[in-house]
Design a protein around this ligand. Structure first.
Ligand code: COA
Length: 693
């Protein structure tokens, strides 16, 4: 073997010459994102390889875990520096020798566009490949929408790009995105492949390829599906347009239109909101103090309570490979609990989300029992029993007596005082809140609630579990409702006040869904059941300040058995088992009666007022949470609201929105909020909205 190695400045690129092949090894940890400096190094490396007569083919490979995870999106806020990716791609296409992409790990966005510019592509079976730019509010900007349809056909390209799909190397080969699967050692196989290309096929540029014949009905079906989901996603619409245009426009014209659209979207609000959330998700995992703490090894887990939440939590653990013991108080409840778990897996199987083999494997790790002593083996116990302080306290005491000293006791409470709950045990340092959101096996958010006594080791272990069960963790401290439910409660209160003043549930819901919420607050309340909120209100009744403004409409509904969708009626009525509520004159009467009793002259409330009052209630409460130290940072609040409460992703979260609104507007609506709440209104200092404080 004949080999030589050369390092480019800052070690961003290593050039390895072996048997006439130049390996350009990208080295920009942690994910080889294509920064300006990496692009410059790659450009230089390609030029050098072009001029080196001893080289007959070039292989581009990534060092570390990935090929290239995409453009360095940290650079998207300012002007992009040269050389930009299209210039590198042009260089590859015009290079006088074949260039091969040898992919392992992520080849996403600009990473896969780089590969598409090459003359051939090889990937390992577990590589992650795709053009997921629309999830960051942009379209591929370096030829992805023009080259991919030429490679795999318009319909498949629309599906992959429009749905931001990432596929494994093996699937990418089946789809035609990759020419060859590497089954042994990537570098050796890539070298052989490159030499083969140099000797036989030579240059094979996608720009020179004609479009494949496409069935227009197949394309229309996928375009139609994408249009439906693109209401608040301009990048999806733009990607569809760009791909469709690739069929009729000359290649270079298609490229320049794609680039112009990419640049426009990159600088827009939508893309910056999505970037904010991307980084918020990663930032939320940085908890001061736990960086060097080794998480405990969790082998056996136990879930107490097989209701909707318990079953969903058990599935999360099983899916991550943890053995789970489900404990219930009696055989009937136990049967119901395991039936719930099985039903989730049956749905996964039917929808194709999991294979029969995987379902069988996961269920094989489930054991069920009514014998409480089984908790003795557990390293982690998650209780998901009835949301009642006394019930949970009794359970915590019992657990404390039975589990081993090192075991972590987690509660799925969504409101209760975890400091007090932990204090009834002899190990408050091992107690933590793991607040899952329904349906627990689907919703990404996991609020991790640290009490005043939770140890860093328990916290680090909880974060590790969150990562293993693929949740988005956000750490909160203890207060009624933690981050999410406390904010949501303020928001819901304000929406109920607007009913007393003149709005109707469907008007509030419509204004907020038009703004972008997945659902309005009254439709959400019906879906999740009004009885939980009712119980909380009853619990708080004794200590409620009589002077505090309080809307009792929800109590009236619950007293009449209107506890939501499960009862066929709540804020709306659901005739004949439908899930789409219709306005009910009975509810309107109750609301109007409330207005009369409170002395409100009803008025029509414009959609703009509904939205601004709803948002300012969220923002004020969030700023209070930040000032109290319940939430660590503003971006954590955004993450909670977007991933757990249907706050529109394209807005970037309530605080990101507030940071982009004029201060006098926020002040104005805060005044309106203050007037509407009156006595006991607590005004937050808006300085808390700004990161870095
Ligand atoms: N640009 C800039 N930074 C990026 C990045 C990108 N495209 N992709 C990842 N990073 C950073 C993350 O912010 C994180 O930084 P931090 O350690 O300072 O928090 C680091 O790389 C590791 O990323 P993380 O997601 O925590 O690692 P992972 O191993 O779980 O996942 C990826 C790796 C590549 C799968 C994932 O980061 C990803 O999906 N990236 C985005 C891919 C994409 O959408 N590309 C198209 C861009 S337009």
């Amino acid at each position: 073997m004949n080999s030589a190695e050369e390092h480019k400045p800052a070690n961003l690129l290593t050039i390895l010459r072996e048997d006439g092949v130049a390996f350009l090894l990208l080295n920009h940890p942690p994910v080889n994102a294509s920064s300006a400096a990496l692009r410059a190094a790659l450009y230089e490396g390609l030029q050098e390889s072009a001029h080196d007569s001893s080289i007959i083919a070039v292989v581009i490979m990534g060092q570390g875990q990935n090929f290239m995870a995409g453009a360095d999106i940290r650079e998207f806020d300012g002007p992009l520096l040269d050389p930009q990716m299209p210039a590198i791609i042009q260089l590859i296409e015009n290079l006088n020798k074949p260039v091969i992409a040898a992919i392992h790990g992520a080849a996403l966005g600009a990473g896969f566009e780089l590969a598409l510019a090459c003359d051939a592509r090889m990937a390992t079976p577990h590589a992650s490949i795709g053009l997921p730019e629309v999830s960051l509010g942009v379209i591929p900007g370096a030829g992805g929408t023009q080259r991919l349809p030429r490679l795999i056909g318009t319909a498949k390209a629309l599906d992959l790009i429009g749905n931001a799909k990432r596929v494994k190397g093996s699937e990418a080969v089946d789809l035609g995105m990759i020419d060859r699967l590497c089954t042994t050692e990537l570098k050796t196989e890539a070298k052989n492949f490159a030499l083969e290309c140099a000797k036989s096929t030579g240059k094979k540029r996608l720009r020179d390829r004609d479009h494949q014949q496409v069935s227009s009905s197949e394309v229309n079906t996928i375009v139609e599906k994408l249009r439906k989901k693109s209401e608040h996603a301009p990048a999806v619409t733009a990607a569809v347009e760009s791909i469709i245009l690739s069929q009729s426009l000359p290649f270079d014209e298609g490229l320049s239109q794609e680039r112009a659209t990419f640049q426009k979207l990159r600088c827009g609000y939508d893309a910056s909101a999505r970037r904010h959330l991307f980084f918020a998700e990663r930032e939320a995992t940085r908890i001061p103090g736990i960086e060097s703490i080794q998480p405990l090894q969790i082998t056996q887990t136990c879930v107490i309570g097989g209701g909707t939440m318990g079953a969903g939590i058990a599935v999360c653990l099983l899916d991550a490979g943890f053995p789970v013991t489900l404990i219930e108080r009696d055989e009937v409840s136990l049967d119901q609990g395991s039936a719930r778990i099985r039903a989730i897996y049956e749905r996964n199987l039917a929808s194709g989300r999991q294979t029969a083999k995987k379902v069988e494997e996961n269920l094989g790790h489930l054991s069920t029992t009514c014998h409480f002593d089984e908790v003795r083996q557990a390293d982690l116990v998650i209780e998901a029993v009835f949301e009642d302080f006394d019930v949970k306290t009794t359970l915590m005491r019992e657990l404390d007596h039975k589990v081993k000293p090192s075991a972590i006791l987690a509660s799925n409470t969504s409101y209760l005082d975890l400091n007090r709950l932990a204090s009834v045990t002899s190990r408050p340092q091992n107690v933590i809140g793991l607040h899952f959101f329904a349906p627990a096996h689907i919703m990404k958010l996991l609020e991790i609630v640290r009490t005043q006594d939770t140890s860093l080791s328990t916290l680090a272990t909880a974060m590790d579990i969150a990562r293993k069960i693929r949740k988005t963790p956000v750490v909160a401290r203890v207060c009624e409702g933690f981050i999410g439910n406390r904010i949501y409660s303020a928001y819901r209160k304000q929406c109920e006040f607007m009913l007393e003043e003149g709005a109707l549930p469907f008007e509030v819901d419509a204004a907020l869904t038009d703004f972008g919420f997945a659902m309005g607050p009254f439709a959400v309340a019906d879906l999740s059941g009004l009885d939980i909120a009712w119980r909380t209100r009853q619990r708080q009744a004794a200590t409620r300040d009589p002077q505090e403004r309080y809307s009792d409409i929800l109590d009236r509904l619950c007293e009449a058995g209107r506890v939501g969708l499960k009862a066929g009626k709540g804020w709306y009525t659901y005739p004949d088992g439908t899930r789409r509520g219709v306005a009910d004159p009975w509810v309107k009467d109750v609301i109007e009666d409330a207005s009369r009793r409170k002395g409100f002259e009803r008025r029509s409330i414009p959609a703009d007022e509904i939205v601004n009052r709803a948002l300012i209630s969220i923002i004020n409460e969030a700023a209070l949470l930040l000032s109290e130290g319940i939430a660590e940072r503003a971006s954590d609040v955004d993450l909670v609201m977007v991933t757990g409460y249907g706050f529109p992703t394209h807005i970037g979260g309530p605080l990101f929105w507030a940071q982009h609104e004029p201060e006098d507007k926020l002040t104005y609506w805060t005044e309106i909020l203050a007037q509407s709440i009156g006595h006991r209104f607590k005004k937050a200092d808006l300085k808390w909205l700004h990161p870095g404080l």
